[in-house]
Design a protein around this ligand. Structure first.
Ligand code: THG
Length: 262
């Protein structure tokens, strides 16, 4: 599994404050801790309250790259914010994200070619997040087709069925899980899949349990990547064990330690 650490996101109150006040130590600790805990990529999102997302994105990237050397997933709905970031990244980045809208894909896949990046494609369009797996598959297929047109390899594409909170969109859980399985069949070699895991538990009472259960089920459906909180040790242990059950790693009694030492 490609673990994308979600914690550098201005949506978190403390992180939003750290961005506004340019508290680099807060960001650098979050970066180092997530990588230590097993994140191989860090999501970078200035959050909804950023007054100047371009400058904040640039500051976050430079601050993070002062302490860790992992690829970054630049998470913004604004292409100009992403492009400012792409000029600064030290490692091959992931653009988070495009949707299935024609004009949006043209801009984002253009940037992906120009800066040689990977791309997350959200199975949604102008009319929002679909509520069926059929519509999700249709939108994901449009993203795959457009990526191919731009000469982007399937393994550089991460298809995201879009996870919604269980407490307000309960019927969507199984649609998303089935979408993960179906997206893998869209091309050969298969595209990657990813989810914003914590969306599923927003507003629910037992967040870690909901996250852990959903992730395990998604892994069983062939999920290859997730944006999640790598500091949740029980979540990481469940993910590692799920991959073991699927025979993606060799069993030994110390398999958890073995995973961490990689
Ligand atoms: N797909 C893709 N990218 C994404 C998402 C997705 N990026 C953003 C998001 N969804 C994934 N990241 C988060 C980060 C935080 C939370 C949820 C998803 C979260 N935050 C607390 C909350 O809202 O309750 C913040 C509370 C606090 O202030 O501490 O849950 O789906 N491609």
């Amino acid at each position: 599994m490609i673990v994308i650490g979600e914690l550098i996101n201005g949506m978190y109150k403390d992180v939003g404050k750290a961005i506004a006040n340019k508290e680099s130590d807060v960001i650098q600790h979050l970066a180092a801790d997530q990588v230590m805990a097993g994140a191989s990529v860090l999501d970078v999102n200035t959050g909804p309250y950023s007054q100047n997302p371009k400058d904040d994105m640039k500051w976050l990237i430079e601050t993070i790259q002062g302490v860790v050397q992992v690829p970054l997933a630049l998470d913004s709905t604004k292409a100009d914010v992403i492009e400012e970031g792409l000029k600064l990244v030290a490692k091959r980045a992931i653009i988070n994200s495009t949707n299935a809208d024609e004009a949006k894909m043209a801009v984002i896949f253009g940037l992906a070619k120009k800066y040689n990046t990977q791309v997350i494609g959200l199975a949604m369009d102008k009319s929002g997040v679909p509520n069926s797996k059929e519509k999700r598959l249709e939108l994901a297929a449009a993203i795959v087709a457009k990526a191919m047109e731009f000469g982007i390899n399937a393994e550089d594409l991460f298809l995201d069925p879009i996870v919604l909170p269980l407490n307000v969109a309960q019927a969507q859980g199984s649609e998303v899980l089935e979408s993960i399985r179906e997206f893998r069949l869209l091309c050969d070699p298969a595209p990657n899949t990813t989810i914003g895991l914590s969306n599923v538990s927003q507003g629910t009472k037992f967040r870690p349990l909901v996250n852990r259960t959903f992730l395990t089920m998604a892994v069983a459906n062939g999920l290859t990547s997730a944006i999640l909180d790598p500091l949740d040790k029980e979540l990481m242990d469940a993910m590692i064990t799920a991959e073991l059950v699927l025979n993606k790693a060799i069993y030994c009694d110390s398999f958890l330690e073995a995973y961490r030492k990689r």
